[in-house]
Design a protein around this ligand. Structure first.
Ligand SMILES: Nc1ncnc2c1ncn2[C@@H]1O[C@H](COP(=O)(O)OP(=O)(O)O)[C@@H](O)[C@H]1O
Ligand SMILES: O=C(OP(=O)(O)O)[C@H](O)COP(=O)(O)O
Length: 399
């Protein structure tokens, strides 16, 4: 693999050059206030941005936030991120109120050496995520016009074949940023020869994305512990009633097949916390998984499940964890995630936590980040990397 790096670009000299940086600034926002609840992903790109600023580049940062549908939707605006990024860099960040329109053009044109601009959410434009090569390419042309060189530091998005990740590097001299390099370096140790037992813990809410990777991971792992919103499709496949819990109906059969083939490796919850509604103050109880009432939904794994998962984790020598075990943002449903996180830190294992929300959970629960081997900024991206898939963003850097 031959990927040019930020250091190669810096060695060429970037003073006065416009450098387009694809970052993953998809940070969690408070649903009520819109405030950033965890700035880990912003901090993670500071080494790359700081080096470019120091070298006198005109730095043009672009990112997605959330999943808007190809048109502007202010709840997904990157404006608050520009403010926080400016605070962390110690210099104002010039915010463009569109991505490739008049505001972006004038903001980029007005940058002085060593200044930073942030473009509005890439996904306000249908071209960013389009499956049509020409539509994506046309958007990539507009983005590429803002840079003389391109840096990919969006590890959390390298698994997406999106214009800013896949098509822009084909149009500009391109390098990998510091974050992308570090993530690949650590994750490659898990694919080469992980110390065993190798235990993978999966949860979270992006069920359909993650179910697809389980199949590929199964042959390489010794144990797969499944909680979070993910577990209900498996419980359903076992013929259990899951009430109004998160359920991927189309995948029930697939989950059933996975359970048949890998019953010995997969551990599912034995008890869950069910609530009347998806709300912090909803009435809730712990029930056995064969006793989920039809009108209630599971929002966390129960204490007996935590104990069982913790026992499996105590044996592990390598752990990869992606996806919270419950809706940890609400204190009533945070115990499962906390219990599993603590069990991972207690294990005598090399542990990697992957995913924006999983990393945010570690910080929100006040756990010591340094007691994990590595906290990755990408959930889906790290899973697909571990799966051995060619990641579009990495492939684009190799070309
Ligand atoms: N049982 C559940 N039902 C609904 N949502 C859940 C459940 N368990 C966890 N979640 C939610 O999953 C989200 C994180 O999912 P995901 O994006 O897949 O993780 P990551 O970003 O770490 O890859 C969190 O916001 C959490 O509230
Ligand atoms: O949050 C992200 O991924 P993750 O939840 O798998 O860590 C990335 O920003 C990618 O976002 P996407 O899954 O909407 O493409």
């Amino acid at each position: 693999m031959s990927i040019r790096t930020l250091d190669d670009l810096l060695a060429e000299g970037v003073s006065g050059r416009r450098v387009l940086v694809r970052a993953d600034l998809n940070v969690p926002l408070d649903k009520q206030t819109g405030a950033i609840t965890d700035d880990g992903r912003i901090r993670a790109v500071l080494p790359t941005l700081g080096a470019l600023v120091e070298a006198g580049a005109k730095v043009v940062v672009c990112s997605h936030l959330g999943r808007p549908k190809g048109t502007p939707d202010q709840q997904f605006s990157l404006r608050p991120v520009a403010g926080r990024l400016g605070e962390l860099l110690g210099a104002p960040v010039h915010f463009a109120t569109d991505t490739v329109g008049d505001s972006a053009r004038s903001t980029v044109a007005g940058l002085a050496d060593g200044q930073v601009a942030l473009l509005e959410n890439l996904r306000f434009n249908a071209g960013e995520t389009s499956k049509d090569d020409a539509e994506r390419g046309a958007f990539a042309d507009q983005l590429a016009a803002f840079g003389d060189a391109y840096v990919d530091d969006a590890f959390g998005a390298v698994h997406r074949k999106h214009a800013s990740v896949y098509d822009v590097p084909a149009r500009l001299p391109h390098v990998a940023g510091r974050l992308v390099l570090r993530e690949v370096e650590v994750l490659s140790t898990l694919t080469s020869d992980p110390a065993r037992p190798y235990v993978v813990v999966l949860g979270g809410s992006k069920v359909s994305d993650k179910l697809a990777v389980i199949e590929a991971l199964l042959p390489t792992v010794d144990r797969l512990l499944i909680g979070g919103g993910m577990c209900f499709t498996f419980l359903k496949a076992q013929g259990l009633e899951v009430g109004t819990s998160l359920l991927e109906k189309d995948m029930v059969e697939t989950c059933g097949n996975l359970l048949e083939r890998a019953a010995g490796k997969i551990m599912l919850p034995v008890d869950v916390v069910v609530a009347d509604a998806f709300a912090p103050d909803a009435a809730h109880d712990t029930v056995r998984v064969d006793g989920i009432p039809s009108h209630r939904l599971g929002l966390d794994i129960g204490p007996e499940t935590v104990a069982g998962f913790a026992a499996a984790l105590s044996q592990a020598k390598t752990v990869f964890w992606n996806g919270p075990m419950g809706v940890f943002e609400m204190p009533a449903f945070a115990a499962g995630t906390r219990g599993i996180a603590e069990a991972i830190t207690k294990a005598d294992a090399f542990s990697v936590v992957g995913g924006g929300d999983s990393a945010a959970a570690v910080r929100a629960l006040g756990l010591d980040e340094t007691s994990f081997g590595h906290i990755s900024t990408g959930g889906g991206a790290s899973l697909e990397y571990l799966e051995g898939k060619t990641l579009p963003g990495i492939a684009a850097l190799e070309n």
